[in-house]
Design a protein around this ligand. Structure first.
Ligand SMILES: [Zn+2]
Length: 207
């Protein structure tokens, strides 16, 4: 079940006028497709141990179709409706990928500012060879050197995801342009949206 990126629109004439999203953009958009803003609750487990879960008052909100979630989860959510629950076990390829030794680099401690408080597990942003911002983690450290690892800490893991779809709505134009969800009615919070160029000053987060 691969997402093709092309969705055949359903026949709008089959719906009464007030349910036709083309005529009434405020109408509920209630199954997940590319361009949906989805609210989820989820729990993620590894080896039977729950390692992450959303709080009831702090669900996850994301823009579907942008790779915001691990690929297997985003694919499984395609076409799901509000209230639907999924219980998935995803192998590494469908979750955080396989460990790549090329993403592991040892740097001298002196490559970091002397006053930087570096510790094991610390995450920060770095630039890759293409100049793109990537997340890296410190996975080894001593007085002389620091291991900077671009592999996600959950790489190579098989993970279980228990998910409930709490809400689905159509993304706004600004959200589609920025490539991320905005809190409903709120200004954009992302300092540097994915892709860097949003072109719109609407959200106040870009110059
Ligand atoms: Zn934004």
């Amino acid at each position: 079940m691969l997402a093709t990126g092309v969705r055949v629109p359903y026949d709008a004439r089959m719906l009464p006028a007030e349910r036709n999203p083309q005529q009434n953009p405020s109408v509920e958009h209630n199954t997940i497709a590319r361009g949906s803003v989805v609210t989820l609750s989820y729990a993620m487990s590894c080896d039977g141990e729950r390692i992450e879960e959303t709080e009831t008052d702090e669900p996850l909100v994301y823009l579907h179709g942008t790779g915001a979630l691990v690929p297997g989860l985003e694919r499984a959510l395609e076409g799901c409706a509000i209230g639907e629950r999924l219980d998935l076990v995803l192998g590494p390829e469908q979750a955080f990928g396989r460990s790549d030794p090329n993403k592991i680099e040892y740097l001298p401690r002196s490559a970091f500012p002397a006053d930087a408080e570096l510790e094991l597990g610390m995450q920060f942003g770095a630039e890759d060879q293409n100049g793109d911002e990537v997340a890296v983690w410190i996975t080894d450290i001593d007085a002389e050197r620091v291991c900077v690892n671009g592999n996600h800490p959950l790489v190579d893991q098989t993970l279980r995801f228990e998910v409930e779809v709490l809400a689905v709505r159509a993304a706004t134009e600004a959200e589609l342009e920025h490539g991320h969800a905005h809190e409903e009615g709120a200004a954009c919070e992302d300092e540097e949206p994915a892709g860097g160029a949003c072109g719109s000053g609407d959200c106040g987060c870009h110059e």
